[in-house]
Design a protein around this ligand. Structure first.
Ligand SMILES: [Zn+2]
Length: 491
């Protein structure tokens, strides 16, 4: 596929918009974005100039997504112990990883939140943006701050920002509606955009509402129905404005908790799992209303961050990382409406990790097969999931963990996203390179990366984002991304 074909495909995929409507033509005429997620530790370990030169040489990278804030290990730090270290970087485990802000927090922006802006103690005298930005500029590379909704529970002031569960107990999760949470994210937006001349921001929240959490509809843990929320004073007040009965919602979630607990304990109701689940929803529609209430809190966060970013820097992009659960759970997918996202997004990195997608899909199937789909066998649950998620012929349950999802899944998901958003929103599929999986589970190979990158552009992508972090990628797999970019004549 040459450059012209790529642009034409993009236009067709963008919904057949009229050629000559200038913003779209301009957008499509931009060279595709070839990005990589990279954390501070890689620059510290390997040297900034060397890392950037390698990115350019190995994979034609033109955009750096710097992990600037997280307490998690998914996008920052080296490989956690138990996973092989890749063939570059320091060959040592960073068991004392802590996390925080990997740039320099400027306290004046954090006056309206109790959450302490903490400089990551991992690299006390190092500011990843200050170091990388000039080196990137010299190479004509763009820099995007990439930060996510992952905290440690001991962060000072976090206790004033947490969700309250259905039994009135504080959790360790931040409430998206709590002003301390909201103002913390807005402070980070302002801090990054005012303190550094970066090219844009990307934020990710791998969270979902109380209903989805209660039934365990994700590839993460099964979800604990006893601790779902949020029932804090801010959410109660929002519910009142929306005329949702909080007592009925609490009662409904209590019934749901008993149902999930007994289903997981192996009880099979005479009327079956699905009917008795649905009965809870029709008896307590407030359960569903509370799920929407939670999502509105998160959507308001997106809207506020987008507004704030554009007030400060109208021409810089603000976009979002969309969680992998979007690929597995139709419940979560229904809440990720691309048309709705178009109102507050300049770009979307939709996670389409097809290699680890295999084991993760299998985990999702195991979770929901114990609750809402307990009437089906796991194989039937998977078959239903493939159909309702609009996938083609993906592999059966006994092999997806070992073999992963196909490149065709990447192509379909890209096309769905490009078709779903308005023409101004760029779609940059997240491509997985060496995301850790369990023993005997799918490991990324160079041909997988080549096929996934090719499929993304074939689906009409405006770029690709190599994920999750350079410090877990092997060089052969990274080079395979570069080979695909060259084969497509995109660089
Ligand atoms: Zn709340």
């Amino acid at each position: 596929m040459d450059r012209r074909t790529f642009i034409e495909n993009s236009l067709i995929a963008a919904g057949g918009a009229v050629l000559g409507s200038s913003p779209l033509v301009e957008a499509a005429a931009d060279p595709p974005m070839i990005g990589i997620q990279v954390g501070a530790v890689s620059f510290v370990d390997e040297g900034t100039d060397k890392v950037l030169d390698n990115f350019r040489e190995m994979a034609s990278i033109d955009t750096l997504f710097l992990a600037t804030f997280t307490y998690g290990r998914g996008i920052a730090g080296r490989q956690p112990r138990g996973n092989a270290l890749p063939d570059h970087g320091k060959q040592e485990y960073d068991d004392d990883y802590h996390g925080g802000n990997f740039a320099t927090p400027h306290p004046q922006y954090y006056r309206s939140t109790t959450i302490a802006p903490e400089k990551a103690p991992d690299h006390p005298n190092y500011d990843v943006i200050a170091d990388v930005l000039p080196a990137a500029r010299r190479r004509n590379m763009k820099v995007i701050c990439w930060f996510e909704d992952v905290f440690r529970r001991d962060v000072r002031g976090l206790d004033q920002a947490v969700e309250i569960d259905l039994h009135g107990k504080p959790t360790t999760r931040t409430c998206p509606r709590n002003p301390n949470t909201r103002n913390f994210w807005l402070a980070l937006v302002e801090d990054y955009l005012r303190s550094y001349d970066v090219d844009g921001l990307m934020w990710g929240s791998e969270r979902q509402g109380p209903l989805n959490n209660a039934i365990g509809a994700s590839h993460g843990g099964g979800g604990n129905p006893a601790t779902v929320g949020c029932f804090c004073k801010y959410c109660l007040s929002a519910a009142q404005k929306m005329r949702i009965d909080a007592d009925r919602a609490r009662k409904g979630y209590g019934v749901l908790e008993s149902w999930v607990t007994s289903m997981r304990g192996g009880t099979r109701p005479t009327d079956g799992a699905f009917v008795t689940f649905w009965r809870i929803l029709v008896e307590y529609p407030e359960v569903l209303a509370w799920e929407r209430l939670w999502n509105e809190g998160l959507r308001d966060t997106y809207r506020d961050m987008y507004r704030k970013a554009h007030e400060i820097a109208p021409s810089k992009g603000m976009g979002w990382h969309l969680w992998h659960t979007n690929s597995f759970a139709p419940f979560y997918r229904a809440e990720q409406d691309y048309a709705e996202f178009s109102k507050y997004s300049d770009f979307l990195k939709v996670v389409m990790y097809n290699n680890c997608g295999g084991p993760r899909m299998a985990e999702y199937i195991r979770n929901v097969n114990r609750t809402i789909f307990a009437d089906l066998t796991p194989e039937q649950t998977l078959a239903v999931t493939y159909r309702v998620q609009q996938y083609g012929d993906e592999k059966p349950l006994d092999s997806i963990s070992r073999e992963g999802l196909s490149a065709d899944y990447v192509r379909r998901e890209t096309r769905r996203a490009v078709t779903g958003v308005s023409a101004k929103v760029k779609i940059w599929p997240g491509i997985d390179i060496d995301i850790p999986t369990g023993p005997k589970e799918k490991k990324t190979q160079p041909d997988d990366v080549h096929a996934a990158v090719t499929a993304a552009f074939d689906g009409g992508a405006h770029g690709v984002l190599l994920s999750r972090k350079y410090s877990e990628m092997t060089l052969a797999n990274l080079r395979a991304a570069g080979r695909a970019v060259r084969d497509l004549k995109l660089a």
